[in-house]
Design a binder for this molecule. Structure first.
Ligand code: SF4
Length: 424
């Protein structure tokens, strides 16, 4: 099979993985090297559903020994299969990078032969890219669950970011839908990586920081019966215990022939969207998973998560803008981190009015129901039922046709091999 076709297969096979934000790395350029991950050297672009598209996102192989029910690359699927050698992968990355098509690499793989064999191939590829091709651009490397920890640790010296996908939030779902994957084979390497963001010595005895952009993971939402309450609690534990940079959520899409163990329809994209909102509240707004929702519940689809919390805790409101603490302001729907801070600063110079809030671009169509300004309430409703109706009417449904598409690097009619082997 020619290279062009193999690249097509392997990029197609990688597109369902969403854990690829490239933020956070700061490796600068260096004489005699190629590329850098410093802030202005890498552009991050995201599709409307939050997926990062600035990296060459590719599998090393889509031959797989495993048979995860939700996965297009599973062993029992009759699909075209391909692999790249580490050398072919390096040539591809370097040629794309030089032409400014990509800012970095997101390298993943199915499990060919065994987890250790696959991890060895991945290590070979990134080691070659760094040491032989002197590539200093961003590399996000997926670790293979079940591979020796030593191999995963070794790989982490060459990657800016690493990730192991949890895929399913409970062990019960993992057993049901991905029986060859074991919870410990995912969690234990994550734990190990969380302890290895430290300096390590290279063979040349110089010190480098391992995975400077940290680690991430991904969970599929809606493939199993697991609730948002369970997902958010797991997310919180991952941030607290393993210092994860990001947890990504991917709404389940049926890509295989139907199975009685899987839903026939795709997961509502609003669910994925709400989980990202809840994730944001955990990381930046001081909420805990336990406050956001009970373990057995899902988030509301019709209103955003902060409004959902505010309506369930209506006794907390209204909050007086001129006296409330920073923490209390952060709990008001429509007031973000920046505006809560601006309000605190602006109050030092005099009392704020409703007009002042407008000028600050507080989202008053939401906030008005939960605040007073100098004792005056500006909302149209003062009971949770009517407020919920008003808020639900304001919120847009994500556009399915946009959210399902991923931007492709390879839409051009020009054959890939021309691009790879052509002159600069
Ligand atoms: S291990 Fe499972 S999820 Fe990964 S490629 Fe193979 S079948 Fe898909």
């Amino acid at each position: 099979m020619d290279l062009n076709e193999r690249i097509r297969i392997l990029t197609e096979g990688a597109k369902y993985d969403v854990s690829c934000s490239s933020s956070g790395a700061g490796t600068g350029s260096k004489k005699g090297s190629l590329g850098n991950t410093a802030y202005c050297g890498i552009c991050h672009s995201f599709t409307s559903d939050g997926r990062c598209v600035s990296l060459l996102k590719i599998l090393l192989t889509n031959y797989c020994e495993y048979d995860c029910l939700y996965c297009v690359n599973r062993r029992s699927n009759d699909i075209p299969r391909a692999r790249l050698s580490p050398r072919e992968l390096c040539e591809l990355v370097i040629n794309f990078y030089r032409r400014n098509y990509i800012e970095g690499l997101f390298l993943s793989s199915s499990v060919e032969k065994s987890p250790n064999h696959t991890m060895e191939q991945l290590v070979l590829a990134v080691k070659m890219l760094r040491e032989e091709y002197k590539f200093r651009g961003y590399i996000h490397l997926k670790a293979i669950p079940g591979a020796d920890y030593g191999l995963i640790d070794y790989a982490s010296a060459y990657a800016d970011r690493m990730s192991l996908n949890i895929e399913l939030p409970t062990e019960r779902s993992l057993k049901l839908l991905a029986p060859q994957k074991k919870k410990d084979a995912i969690i234990e390497p994550m734990k190990m990586l969380s302890q290895s963001y430290f300096l390590t010595k290279t063979e040349k005895n110089s010190q480098i920081k391992k995975i400077p952009a940290g680690q991430t993971t991904q969970m599929i939402v809606g493939a199993s019966n697991d609730t948002d309450g369970q997902i958010i609690r797991l997310t919180q534990a991952l941030y607290r215990n393993f210092n994860l940079k990001r947890v990504y959520y991917s709404a389940y899409m049926p890509v295989n022939l139907s199975s009685s163990l899987l839903p026939a329809l795709p997961c509502d994209l609003r669910r994925e969207h709400r989980l990202y909102e809840a994730d944001w509240l955990l990381r930046f707004y001081g909420f805990s998973a336990e406050e956001l929702l009970p373990v057995e519940r899902n988030l509301a689809a019709d209103i955003d998560v902060k409004s959902f919390w505010a309506l369930n805790n209506y006794q907390f409101f209204p909050v007086e803008i001129n006296t409330a603490s920073y923490e209390a302001l952060l709990r008001v729907p429509g007031i973000g981190v920046k505006n809560a801070y601006r309000i605190i600063i602006a109050r030092r110079h005099g009392k704020l009015t409703f007009e002042s809030l407008k000028k600050m671009r507080v989202v008053l169509k939401r906030a008005q129901h939960f605040i007073t300004v100098n004792g005056k309430f500006y909302g149209a409703y003062n009971n949770p039922v009517n407020i919920r109706k008003a808020l639900a009417a304001q919120q847009e449904r994500p556009r399915l046709e946009t959210a399902c598409l991923q931007t492709s690097l390879f839409d051009a009619e020009r054959p890939l091999t021309d691009i790879i082997t052509g002159e600069l």
